[in-house]
Design a protein around this ligand. Structure first.
Ligand code: GLN
Ligand code: ZN
Length: 748
């Protein structure tokens, strides 16, 4: 029986790829040294797979930045502004990071989320008359390296239909499917060349199969598989992240050599699809979860796999459900995690061992141990959840009454100005946190240094004339990790890195048991800041949905239960902030939209649960306490009703980059509460002019009532320098003032 993987993490167990790339970009490492790091990383991954008994080794999982961008390059789909000389690694880095050509800046490709993962790919840009050409070969070296190991190579490529789905239209929108015929010619050539190189299989990944597709896109899949199956290399049509059983009519029409199915996300699809498998076709089953960090319960597979093995013989393959790039590399690097938790975990290397063990067992050798480790329940948490009633999810007063009470209490000017929470994380601040973590700075000295940072931040905001101040978040490395470290039931890791994009990695916490809050997490900083000023200071929290979405989440409890446990912890923090005299509390939910399930049919229930969790977190306060939320960088129009249902008093939301495109959605949906459409694009190093911000605000005023309009940037300022932030915020305050002069008071 063949076992294989759909790819391993490319970053390396110690993030070698990150450090090599960044040194190369700084000019501190040669191209040869970079290439050598790549070869070593690939080799290590293949050797791990060979040790586990994989004879078919993946090529294309390793990438210098992003496999989607590399594929675009291999197909010649490079936007004109980046067509400079021969395509190569320099082109890839230009697509990824932007580049200057004879003094002219050419922008990078957009980063977008890959389906429902937290991985960002570079979205290819295609024009309506896009040409494709196969004159760059990113796979050949690796194929040769695999063959030198005495193994067979399987090249993994995003398939043409998913490629089009992931691409963006350059200029005006057009139907991307019109590009399919030319695109298929290029794919055909690419496959031909791979066949010549002796590649044994092509893993053609079409995760769009997990989506509901209209007939044109279904037809495109058929056209594509028919065309590419003409090439002299067998195709494993690969799906993941969901069931593809809704394409039961289509699948038998696709003349491919085999399918891969994600049985972890959708075990039930096997019953529907198995009868449709052709007599020669291979069936690769994803039985080890590539998206979670939990040890597999191998015994659950005995019942479905034993008869299948009989029936299919060598045509049955086993694999992880998807690429293992979404999980950290090696659990053995985490000596500090408690044994009781480690016995429940498997990272990429451990998942390979599980795969090997499963094969041995099906071959009649040995028995997998039952995984009996279960989290210890926290009865106090379950009791609280059980005792919740409708009122706990609801502010006691409607928005209008709250708004009046808040205004009487806060006495804010019209068009109040505020920021999203973080201020520049200077090298000095990062150094402080590092020295404290290493034990070089005592708790007392660390706190004293942070207090100086908070004081500086408050004084600067006062000088700028902002109305609602923040403490600046200097104590936080990351908006999720900071809370995860302080909550029970959540673990943080030392080396549990996964790639976010390019050389950037994140270390998602692991929600492993019932979540509880042992004590206040942010109160001392908010209270300290408030003590420095007569202006209101806004308390700053990460919301339950974002904590959930940016973590690895236990798989033994329903989503709503985990969300509500997180919500209760946040609710208690909100209560403590209120008690400490903080009158405005912001609960950030930038990941609300990211949590949407891929299947449309499941989206409604998710939104309900997410909204309930936010309301549980935010509804325990008095009417004069003002709740803010913040969301950024995605399209919010379609979920505006859910955003309104959060019933936050104020939402600050990204809009500057799109020239307030979101406003058009307010024609269709009457947003009931106060809103601060971001007027300063914090992702740009440019200082916006006060007048251009005022223009955006006037546009907002055409759609939103003046008494509900706030003035603020798009997002937190932690990645910017003070030298950029101060003039920009001064201009923002000036824009609000000019609006106050223009709009007569009686209109309020
Ligand atoms: N309060 C956070 C900050 O300002 C919000 C970050 C975010 O939206 N991603 O940094
Ligand atoms: Zn944001």
């Amino acid at each position: 029986m063949t076992i294989h993987t759909l790819g391993l993490p490319r970053i390396g167990a110690q993030r070698q790829l990150k450090f090599a790339l960044e040194a190369y970009w700084r000019g501190e490492r040669s191209a040869e040294a970079l290439e050598q790091t790549g070869r070593t990383l690939r080799l290590e991954n293949w050797q791990w797979q060979q040790q586990a008994g994989c004879e078919l080794l993946p090529v294309g999982d390793f990438d210098w930045y992003d496999p989607v961008a590399t594929l675009a390059l291999a197909l010649g789909a490079v936007p004109e502004r980046h067509q400079q000389g021969k395509p190569g690694l320099a082109t890839l880095f230009a697509l990824a990071r932007g580049a200057h050509y004879s003094g002219q800046h050419s922008a990078a490709l957009a980063l977008c989320k890959f389906f429902d993962t937290n991985y960002h790919y570079l979205a290819p840009e295609l024009s309506h008359d896009q040409r494709f050409a196969v004159d760059y070969d990113p796979y050949g070296d690796a194929v040769a390296e695999v063959r030198a190991l005495g193994a067979e190579a399987k090249v993994q490529l995003i398939g043409p239909v998913t490629f089009l789905h992931l691409s963006r239209c350059a200029g005006d929108t057009f139907d991307r499917l019109t590009l399919l015929p030319n695109l298929l010619k290029a794919y055909g050539e690419l496959l031909q060349r791979l066949a010549q190189q002796g590649v044994a299989w092509v893993q053609l990944e079409e995760p769009v199969l997990a989506l509901e597709l209209d007939s044109a896109w279904q037809q495109a899949l058929e056209t594509s598989c028919r065309a590419l199956s003409q090439q002299p290399v067998p195709i494993l049509l690969t799906s993941y992240f969901g069931s593809i059983a809704h394409h039961a009519d289509l699948l038998p029409r696709l003349p491919v050599a085999g399918w891969h199915l994600d049985l972890c996300r959708a075990p039930e699809q096997l019953d529907v699809l198995l009868p449709l498998l052709g007599e020669q076709q291979v069936l690769s089953l994803g039985v080890i979860d590539g998206r979670g960090v939990w040890r597999a319960d191998l015994r659950r597979w005995a019942e479905p796999l034993t008869p299948l093995r009989e029936a299919l013989g060598e045509r049955l393959w086993l694999a992880p459900s998807c690429s293992l790039q979404y999980v950290p590399v090696d659990l053995n690097q985490e000596p500090a995690l408690p044994e009781s938790l480690k016995s429940r975990l498997a990272f990429a290397r451990q998942k390979l061992e599980e795969l090997a063990q499963l094969r041995r067992w099906l071959d009649g050798e040995g028995q997998p141990e039952a995984s009996e480790a279960r989290p210890e329940a926290n009865p106090a948490v379950s009791e609280r959840l059980a005792a919740l009633n409708a009122e706990d999810f609801c502010r006691a007063d409607p928005f209008e009454q709250r708004a009046a009470a808040q205004q009487a209490h806060l006495k804010l000017p019209r068009f109040p100005t505020t920021t999203i929470g973080s201020f520049p994380q200077t090298a000095a601040i990062r150094q402080l946190r590092l020295r404290h973590r290493r034990g070089e700075l005592s708790q007392v000295d660390y706190h004293a240094a942070l207090e100086r940072e908070v004081t500086d931040c408050i004084r600067r905001q006062e000088r700028l004339g902002l109305d609602v101040l923040v403490h600046g978040e200097a104590e936080r490395t990351d908006m999720v990790e900071y809370f995860a470290e302080q909550l029970e039931g959540i673990a943080t890791t030392r080396f549990g890195w996964v790639q976010s994009y390019g050389s950037r990695c994140v270390r998602p916490p692991i929600i492993h048991s019932d979540v509880a809050r042992p004590g206040p997490m942010t109160v001392r900083w908010a209270q300290y800041a408030q003590g420095l000023t007569t202006k209101p200071v806004k308390g700053m929290l990460t919301g339950p949905v974002t904590l959930w979405k940016w973590a690895f989440v236990r798989d033994d409890a329903p989503r709503s239960m985990v969300l509500n446990q997180l919500a209760l912890a946040v609710r208690d923090e909100v209560g403590d902030l209120e008690q400490a005299g903080i009158g405005i509390i912001q609960i950030d939910e930038p990941a609300l939209r990211e949590g949407l399930p891929l299947a449309l049919s499941e989206q409604g229930r998710y939104l309900d649960e997410a909204v309930q969790a936010f309301r549980l977190a935010s509804s325990g306060v008095a009417r004069q306490t003002q709740i803010h939320t913040h969301m950024c960088y995605s399209e919010f129009g379609p979920i505006l009703p859910a955003i309104a249902a959060l019933d936050a008093d104020v939402i600050t939301i990204e809009t500057a980059r799109s020239g307030m495109a979101l406003l058009a959605d307010f024609d269709r949906f009457d947003y009931p509460n106060a809103i601060g459409p971001g007027v300063y694009d914090i992702h740009s190093p440019l200082t916006p002019a006060s007048e251009s911000m005022a223009t955006l605000l006037r546009r907002a005023l055409a759609r939103l009532p003046a008494e509900r309009l706030w003035v603020n940037p798009d997002c937190g300022l932690k990645t910017r320098q003070w030298s950029e932030v101060e003039p920009a915020l001064a201009a923002l305050v000036e824009a609000a003032r000019s609006l106050r002069r223009e709009v007569p008071v009686q209109s309020l």
